[in-house]
Design a binder for this molecule. Structure first.
Ligand code: ZN
Length: 286
């Protein structure tokens, strides 16, 4: 590498890592990772093929077959993606740390301290600090150190910088890989890919028509000009109508709903239930 190439590669590492902090990109990507719609969008993208396997997918052996809930596998996937990101970031930090170490020894300048904290943001800030220290004008510690290196050491400095640049680019928007315990290489989406998928899912959702029922509460109550909030488990009925129908096999009639308006805590009297069931039979017969 020439001096400008080294400087440029280090600036690129820094720019890619700072992008992670910018607009909270890393945090936002992490937050959406567990979302199953975003997970399926990621799988659908099939970044490339590694060993003939589609790669957005992390294909784990499913010990209990179909019994494992989809959400659980999404969680596993999210965990693997995040761990791969953190691992990649630590690799970058290690590469730059090695360059800083060599430079510090050769120039007799003390190594700049790490930013405290184990979080990823602290790692990014540490790299930022180190890159500034290495390239600081006018002394340019890095080139001063390189001028004192033998060939072997210079190759090590250059390789570390080049690998850090590749890794940072991969973490931000390139291709990452994870090796499963059984030795299968799967590709892992970059932070940018995850945010991009999240945007696609959101755009698709925004384009979907809003289900009418959501806006108007329970459909059975609405028939009689009454209002009741939807049940958390139903897109159509309120808790009361839903439970009544489960138990009695018919929807509550207007008389039953009126009864509830007056006696919110009491179960409808048998008379009203019999009437509701009879009405259903009549409807069927006609
Ligand atoms: Zn209702």
């Amino acid at each position: 590498m020439s001096p400008p190439e080294r400087a440029m590669a280090l600036q690129r590492v820094n720019a890619d890592l700072l992008w992670l902090i910018l607009d909270d990109n890393w945090t936002r990507a992490r937050t959406v990772l567990g979302n199953s719609e975003i997970q399926s969008e990621l799988r659908a993208q099939r970044y490339d093929h590694v060993g003939g396997r589609s790669t957005g997918d992390i294909d784990y052996a499913d010990p209990t077959g179909e019994a494992v809930a989809r959400t659980a596998s999404d969680e596993v996937r999210a965990g693997v993606i995040e761990r791969t990101w953190r691992h990649e970031l630590l690799l970058i930090v290690d590469h730059i740390a090695r360059v800083v170490e060599i430079t510090s020894i050769l120039t007799n300048d003390p190594t700049p301290k790490r930013v405290l904290g184990n979080g990823w943001a602290g790692q990014v800030q540490t790299v930022d600090r180190w890159v500034s220290w290495l390239l600081l004008v006018p002394q340019n510690r890095l080139e001063h150190a390189v001028s004192l290196c033998d060939d072997e050491l210079r190759r090590e400095v250059d390789a570390s910088i080049a690998e850090a640049a590749d890794d940072a680019q991969a973490l931000r928007s390139g291709k990452l890989y994870h090796h499963t315990p059984d030795g299968v290489q799967v590709s892992i989406p970059s932070v940018h890919s995850v945010l991009h998928s999240a945007r696609k899912v959101l755009a698709r959702k925004a384009a979907e028509p809003v289900p009418q029922n959501k806006d108007y509460g329970c459909a059975n109550h609405r028939r009689f000009g009454l209002e009741a909030d939807l049940s958390a488990d139903s897109a159509t009925w309120c808790d009361r109508c839903r439970n009544f129908r489960r138990r009695e096999g018919v929807m509550p009639t207007e008389a039953i709903l009126r009864h509830w308006e007056i006696h919110p805590r009491s179960y409808p009297p048998p008379r009203l239930i019999i009437e509701a069931k009879a009405r259903k039979k009549r409807k069927k017969a006609s």
